[in-house]
Design a protein around this ligand. Structure first.
Ligand SMILES: Nc1nc2c(ncn2[C@@H]2O[C@H](COP(=O)(O)OP(=O)(O)OP(=O)(O)O)[C@@H](O)[C@H]2O)c(=O)[nH]1
Ligand SMILES: [Mg+2]
Length: 366
């Protein structure tokens, strides 16, 4: 009788490859339980609004909300963030909050957010189809791509991070809880608001015809967006009528016509929901989604939003908010020394705009 050890090396190689293929296929199989579990959630787990009696009858100047995609486990980081946001801005305005999650929020989470906020709170579950790898993406190739990217870039091997990036790129603005709003302000757990905000940024957007606002820009890891630019160019060729005459694609383009990796850092965004719901934006997202790069590479929502802004908007519709903001490891700290001294607790010398990886000076110089 021959043992595996005695078999010729070719047979052993074939056995090894077959085992590897079996492992990859097993891991790549979509987990049907996820969809089934979602069908079993109660209505209040799917969607719940907790309105404050003191806000009854309050008419806000802009139909706007903070939008926060967050896990239950990030409750305490978010409490700190919301506390600052309230102190620096919202306790004078009482804009509502929309919290979104791919799992039901716990009662503890909802209670803490109710206590920390001065605006009404809406809690929503993300539908399964918005938080999954689409069926047309080759799962084996995707799993392989994740394994190959590994730890070479942050979250290189993470499938859930990719689902998050796809969701923030193409779906959050379609959530029913956002249907009554025109503008959103994206907030993440752990970010800091390091200066008082003595005006209403939503009102500023409306009054000045702005559709997208950012505070930090930075360069992307090239490995995560290998074919994003060529796919975007294919989209431009297919839909030339969608490209704005006074667009800002030159901000993103190298001297040889490639992508320079600049993008608005999307963990802070104040934007128009109508822009994201527009035929241009939804066609662009659909085009990218079908190309599969959210999973076959690791396309981030930041470069996707930025490329869309650069293609579809006029420069005058985009605003740099020079406010006090920190998301590790970068910050924006207002440069006006008088404002800084009286209204901030950040160090203007450490502001991202001085960093060579920032693209904000180039944006302002356009
Ligand atoms: N509900 C839920 N939210 C998530 C998940 N992954 C990320 N998020 C949220 O999506 C946003 C972006 O995720 P982050 O982990 O902050 O990604 P990042 O900003 O690129 O990276 P770091 O902040 O440096 O970790 C944050 O608001 C997270 O709370 C997830 O699996 N479930
Ligand atoms: Mg973050």
């Amino acid at each position: 009788m021959t043992t595996i050890k005695q078999q010729p090396s070719l047979v052993r190689l074939v056995l090894l490859l077959a085992t590897l293929a079996a492992v990859v296929l097993y891991l790549a199989k979509p987990p049907p339980i996820e969809r089934a579990r979602m069908l079993a959630y109660s209505p209040s787990q799917i969607r719940e609004s907790r309105l404050k009696p003191e806000n009854t009858g309050r008419v806000l100047p802009v139909r706007a909300a903070f939008v926060i995609l967050v896990r239950n486990s990030e409750l305490h980081e978010l409490r700190a963030t919301v506390r600052q946001l309230e102190d620096q801005f919202n306790q004078r305005h009482h804009y509502p909050y929309v919290f979104l999650n791919n799992e039901p929020f716990t009662d503890e989470f909802k209670l803490h957010m109710e206590w920390a906020t001065s605006g009404d709170c809406h809690f929503g579950l993300v539908p399964y189809d918005h938080w999954s790898m689409p069926l047309w993406v080759d799962r084996v190739r995707a799993k392989w791509a994740m394994a190959m990217m590994g730890s070479r870039v942050p979250y290189g091997d993470s499938e859930s991070y990719r689902k998050m990036c796809r969701y923030e790129s193409g779906f959050f603005f379609r959530h029913p809880l956002l249907a009554d709003f025109d503008y959103y302000w994206r907030v993440e757990p752990g970010v800091e608001f390091t200066c008082s905000i003595p005006y209403d940024p939503f009102q500023y957007m409306v009054d000045n015809g702005k559709l997208y606002g950012f505070t930090i820009s930075v360069r992307e890891f090239p490995l995560t967006v290998r074919t994003l630019w060529s796919t975007t160019n294919a989209f431009r060729a297919a839909y030339p009528e969608y490209i704005a005459p006074n667009n800002t694609l030159r901000w993103l383009t190298t001297s040889t016509g490639g992508y320079n990796m600049c993008h608005f850092w999307s963990n802070f965004e104040i934007g128009s929901l109508a822009f994201l719901r527009s035929p241009q934006y939804t066609a662009y997202f659909g085009f990218l989604d079908r190309a599969g790069g959210f999973f076959l590479e690791r396309w981030g929502d930041a470069p996707v939003h930025s490329l869309a802004v650069a293609m579809f908007l006029d420069k005058s519709q985009v605003h740099y908010f020079d406010l006090g903001y920190y998301h590790k490891p970068f910050q924006n700290c207002p440069t006006d020394p008088d404002f800084n001294e009286h209204h901030c607790f950040c160090n203007a010398n450490r502001s991202m705009i001085h960093n060579e990886d920032s693209c904000t000076s180039a944006w302002l110089a356009l």
